[in-house]
Design a protein around this ligand. Sequence first.
Ligand SMILES: Nc1nc2c(c(=O)[nH]1)N(C=O)[C@@H](CNc1ccc(C(=O)N[C@@H](CCC(=O)O)C(=O)O)cc1)CN2
Ligand SMILES: Nc1nc2c(ncn2[C@@H]2O[C@H](COP(=O)(O)OP(=O)(O)OP(=O)(O)O)[C@@H](O)[C@H]2O)c(=O)[nH]1
Ligand SMILES: [Mg+2]
Length: 450
Amino acid sequence: MTPTTTIAAIATPQGRGGVGVIRLSGPNAFAIAEALTSKPLPAPRMAAFRQFCDAQGEVIDEGLILCFPAPHSFTGEQVVEVQGHGGVVVQNALLTRLLSLGATAARAGEFSLRAFENGKMDLVQAEAISDLIDASSQAAARSAVRSLQGAFSARVNAVLEQLIHLRLHVEAAIDFPEEEIDFLADGRILTLLEQVQEAVAQVQKSAKQGQLLREGLQVVIAGKPNAGKSSLLNALAGVDRAIVTDIAGTTRDVLHEKITLNGLPITLTDTAGLRETGDIVEQEGIKRAYKEIEQADLLLLVYDLTTDDDPLALADGFFHQLDHKRLLLIANKADLAGQTPQQDELNGFRRIVLSARQESGLETLIQAISAHAGYQPEETTFIARTRHLDAMMRCQQHLADARVQLVEFYAGELMAEALRLAQNALSEITGEFSADDLLGKIFGSFCIGK
Ligand SMILES: Nc1nc2c(c(=O)[nH]1)N(C=O)[C@@H](CNc1ccc(C(=O)N[C@@H](CCC(=O)O)C(=O)O)cc1)CN2
Ligand SMILES: Nc1nc2c(ncn2[C@@H]2O[C@H](COP(=O)(O)OP(=O)(O)OP(=O)(O)O)[C@@H](O)[C@H]2O)c(=O)[nH]1
Ligand SMILES: [Mg+2]
């Protein structure tokens, strides 16, 4: 084993601020802090005012120092906070001094990784810290705090307990072969298995909401030139973001705008009008539009009601293989066409009649977008990631396999093995069972100092 280093990093953002905090964590944190201040440290968890000096005794900054003896700290190690003034130059000078005193510059996520390794939190909670910092809506932030406080972990652990209970029954059935057939066939094990499947399904449902809050929804606006795509983006964003003119082919570049609808973070994308063109710049814009269309969670196909464009023919022409569920038809310029904003269906496609310029019919569109995402905000939603959903999906596959082994083959051993794999998959969520590269991937995506 490599000896544990003492790591240091600036914990506050790089920039101007009233206060800038540098954290130290590791076995030499206290010794390094003492050398920095040339004074005894204050009592644990008590702030003291100190001067922070360089090797020549020159004052770099003055501020507060705070010590957290192991294991009662964020990381579970000795932790010191050096709270100086918030400025890029002075903070870097302090950090450099700490490095010269023997500290090592922390890698991204290294404080959180240590907290995880020392049992201060599980993987879901560590991820929740990162998601809280990156939350793009109030609802996302609240659900990240819920995960941080253990709401998600508690649900996973409850299912794990059920699963372990089931495994004990199955192992017992295998260990007493004379009773095997009866034990496996009497329905008790099947009932337990179905209860576990249902419990996982419930957590999956909640986690799906949490993942939506974390990742948000990619909504791409597409259609022919002049249909009113940029006008729609501006209307939904509530700001005059995209250039709108009556010249067809106004938008060239792809434009992203982040908004939240009822707490759901959404990235709205405006694209160049789709048409055959000889203009090279426009061609490039259209190429980029198609790239966005491919990646959209939801596509708004905007067309102009005052033209004789047939939206279904347009949809077919622009995106032949498109999944119907991903497409919403937007009949724009209702004001000019003398139509009232409304919602209806066209050959199985949902259609919304609205006026982007007059901003009428937008509420209906917003509702349709939320409904498309299956977004149902609840007070108990916890933040979740694709990684978690993936683990639960694999858990369900193993449970389904266990069921087949039981009901079709009465194969106790094979059922037991499937259940073991199901448990491993579920345990990956909280990190109880994990591959090393998984940890590297997760913590590497954190910011430095976290
Ligand atoms: N100044 C400062 N503020 C901060 C942090 C920090 O590191 N420093 N945090 C950084 O993320 C968050 C708070 N996280 C923390 C989590 C645990 C402990 C801690 O001392 N835990 C001890 C004692 C617990 C207790 O007294 O109840 C322990 O777990 O034993 C400290 C900060 C947000 N605010
Ligand atoms: N009356 C009326 N005019 C609209 C409406 N929406 C857009 N327009 C007008 O239609 C013209 C084109 O609007 P844009 O939003 O630039 O259209 P676009 O689809 O982004 O066009 P390109 O960027 O060229 O592909 C502008 O003159 C808008 O003011 C609407 O609902 N009603
Ligand atoms: Mg435009």
